[in-house]
Design a protein around this ligand. Structure first.
Ligand code: FEO
Length: 178
């Protein structure tokens, strides 16, 4: 059993995770409109990951006998911009998510809610990985630029990563179904 306040915060995070999925889907559509198929696939894979984060929280609330309260999800931004700007927005977004997760951990600890604190550790680790991945992509864009052959190279790399992520998702689903 968790407190009503802890449940409220987890419900708010479910909304943020679904918003994140929406945020990435908008970027996927933008990338596809720029003919960056690999980048589009990468953002679609991120969309799927974010939905799975929301579902982890959904399942935790149910396992803890707490109510799932779904609220309205905001529309994602429609700003355009080049590939570099798209990934800068991605990093800024993930940093906001990290901050929200950290606030939740602080709150769980303040309540001595060890179960939720342990549950949230997965998300703390995930945020480190997500920020590092985006910083790496931004570093490569800074190094090689986002035009011509460099753009094609990065788009191909993102396609390969997206394919790996898709295989990972399939594996998780198979494990869950099994
Ligand atoms: Fe669910 Fe990208 O954090």
């Amino acid at each position: 059993m968790i407190s009503n306040e802890m449940a409220r915060r987890i419900n708010a995070q479910i909304n943020r995770e679904i918003y994140s999925a929406y945020f990435y889907l908008a970027l996927a559509a933008q990338a596809e409109s720029m003919n960056l198929k690999g980048t589009g696939a990468w953002f679609v894979a991120k969309h799927g990951e974010e939905l799975s984060h929301a579902m982890k929280m959904y399942r935790y609330l149910i396992d803890q006998d707490a109510s799932v309260r779904l609220t309205e999800v905001a529309a994602p931004p429609t700003e355009g911009g080049n590939l570099f700007q798209m990934f800068e927005r991605t990093l800024a977004h993930e940093r906001e998510v990290t901050s929200a997760i950290n606030d939740m951990v602080d709150h769980a600890l303040s309540e001595k809610d060890h179960a939720t604190s342990i549950f949230l550790q997965w998300f703390v680790t995930e945020q480190i990985e997500e920020e590092a991945t985006v910083k790496d992509i931004l570093g490569r864009l800074r190094l090689f630029g986002d035009q011509g052959q460099a753009l094609l190279m990065i788009d191909n790399e993102l396609a390969a990563i997206a394919a790996q992520m898709a295989r990972g998702t399939t594996g998780t689903q198979a494990a869950t179904n099994g």
